[in-house]
Design a protein around this ligand. Sequence first.
Ligand code: NAI
Ligand code: MG
Length: 331
Amino acid sequence: MKLCVIAGDGIGQEVVPQAVRVLRQLLPALQTVSAEAGWTTFLQQGQALPAATLAAARGCDAVIFGAVSSPAYAVAGYRSPIVQLRRELGCHANVRPTLSLPGCGARDGVNLLIVRENTEDLYVGEEQSDGETATAIKRITRSASRRVAETAFRLAAAGGRQRVTIVHKANIMPLTDGLFRDAAREVAAAYPQIAVDEMLVDTAALKLAQAPQAFDVLLAPNLYGDILSDLAAAFGGGLGVAASLNLGAQHAIAEPVHGSAPDIAGRGIANPVASLLSLALLLRHVWARPTLAATLEAAVRRTLADGIATPDLGGQATTGSFCDAVLARLG
Ligand code: NAI
Ligand code: MG
């Protein structure tokens, strides 16, 4: 197994090496290749995702991508490296579980999975404005909708899950969201063991806030999935523990959901749980090592249950001492 390690900016440089240290204990034969991306890389090399980084990522089985800082204003030549990387590697699905973890202020009994289309919808970036009227293209294709639905149902079946809820707003956008819904239902027909229902996105937001425990798998187009998965993350204990996996036919990117956290960067106190759990997703869904994934998840859970936590969760652990505690609980 060959992992391309892109730590990125800010706390990415702190959490990723520590999480990879834990992964090495589980996979002694793991090979790693480090590569650069992000704002610092842009300032040094004029590109946020240098060609060498893309080549390194293509040459590995999978990538762990920490976080990057993005300017809040337009900078000539700068493009978000993670958006570019997901596209270049054909990672069409974004997979985000939310689990109730101990000691994180999480709601009890939550165990849901959001599978989000990762390549189209309003995120195609085709906007126009004449100063008076601004227009954005929302593009939905049958093929991309089917592809992400295949991923959602495959993961649901593999994980013994019961139900997939298709999220849309087809009452207002019958052609675009209707196509997404219909394509997902076509795919669902091949999985008779999994119940399927559908929900308007606004209703889904309300129900998620009221009773996140009631959901199993949510399948959504890009924009709704982006928003609902951040909402769901609040019930699992917040950004420090929110994990994700970008999945494609050839490549995968494990990616903690959080950003570069400039407010705490450089102090060694960032929470590595999001990165650790993202690596567990990689072990389970890409490297077909579910037992190792469960071992890692259980060790993280036990560490938190023992009251060990970084300051964002009210504890005093450092990034490194938290990972030491996880390592001590792997066996
Ligand atoms: P952020 O996720 O970096 O931080 C939000 C808040 O959560 C901060 O108070 C931070 O200290 C805390 N936090 C986040 N992750 C944490 C962790 N692992 N442990 C402890 N505390 C943690 O979001 P923010 O502040 O909006 O953005 C900062 C920079 O990150 C910006 O340049 C933004 O563009 C970038 N960003 C990058 C993302 C990515 O690489 N995928 C995603 C989100 C933001
Ligand atoms: Mg987001």
